[in-house]
Design a protein around this ligand. Structure first.
Ligand code: SF4
Length: 266
């Protein structure tokens, strides 16, 4: 199970052979990577390796993938929360095997997030070609993680090319005001946003979240405010919350107490 509010469970299908996980940092959003921190702790099953350098020996949990098709209760699965399943070090046939497993589990919903949408695009296209399909089924949601204007501009145009019925962004940790995003919202169904949590979190201004929510509302894009973060500001002042991550929705300013899911689906 998971404490991530926008999913039901996390399925970490890629792990390090001798335990724990691995990923490679790619942009400022990775600087205080929560997965790397967890991986530093052997109590939580980590291997203490940093998320940099060359990958250790990895395994794909094919058993977990095969189980998806037999699961009766519909749930939302955030796949590979501890790494980037579209990392350049991940064998393409693993990514294909993952999509195969999702395809034969139509009752389950799979949420895949990447900071490397160019690899996601080429793998999805290869997979669709090999199955004679034009688009991913609606139980496979594809998303990008973004943290600032630069990563938004780099990644969203590639996400928009992925033939999928549900596309989303996770704007967390939100590190600056994204500004005008309406030109990118066509065919984006869902935006998750939130400030950074954990020690020495970088600041998040609630006005940045407000701006995303308002633009989503104008475009009928679903918005999910996950957290204001551990170092939130509102109207120029520190915004204190009892919850350490600023993730208790009842503590948010009322107009951003919004946790929606993609319209056509939920
Ligand atoms: S891509 Fe995600 S899991 Fe990988 S280092 Fe960056 S934040 Fe961590």
């Amino acid at each position: 199970m998971t404490n991530i509010e926008w999913t039901d469970l996390t399925d970490n299908i890629i792990r390090v052979k001798d335990g724990g996980w691995w990923c490679r940092k790619i942009s400022p959003g990775c600087a205080k990577c929560y997965s790397e921190k967890l991986n530093q702790n052997s109590f939580f099953g980590g291997n203490k390796r940093p998320y940099s350098g060359q990958p250790p020996e990895l395994i794909l949990d094919t058993k977990m993938i095969r189980k998806w098709g037999f699961q009766k209760n519909p749930r939302k699965h955030f796949v590979a929360s501890m790494t980037d399943v579209f990392g350049e070090w991940v064998p393409r046939y693993w990514q294909q095997e993952m999509l195969d497993g999702m395809f034969v589990a139509p009752k389950q919903t799979f949420q895949i997030l990447t900071k490397r949408p160019e690899i996601m695009l080429s793998t999805v296209n290869e997979w669709l070609d090999s199955h004679g399909l034009n688009t991913l089924p609606n139980n496979i949601w594809v998303g990008i993680s973004i943290e600032n204007r630069q990563t938004l501009e780099q990644r969203s145009s590639i996400l928009a090319q992925i033939p999928a019925q549900v596309r989303f962004w996770s704007a967390e940790p939100l590190l600056e005001d994204l500004g005008e995003i309406s030109q990118f919202l066509k065919d984006i169904h869902w935006i998750i946003c939130g400030g950074e949590s954990g020690p020495n979190s970088r600041p998040c201004h609630i006005e940045w979240i407000e701006s995303i929510v308002q633009q989503c509302q104008a475009f009928h894009t679903s918005a999910f405010v996950k957290q204001v973060g551990a170092n939130a500001y509102f109207q120029g002042q520190q915004f204190q919350t009892r919850d350490r991550k600023g993730g208790d929705i009842s503590e948010f300013p009322e107009h951003i107490q919004i946790r929606e899911f993609p319209n056509a689906i939920y």
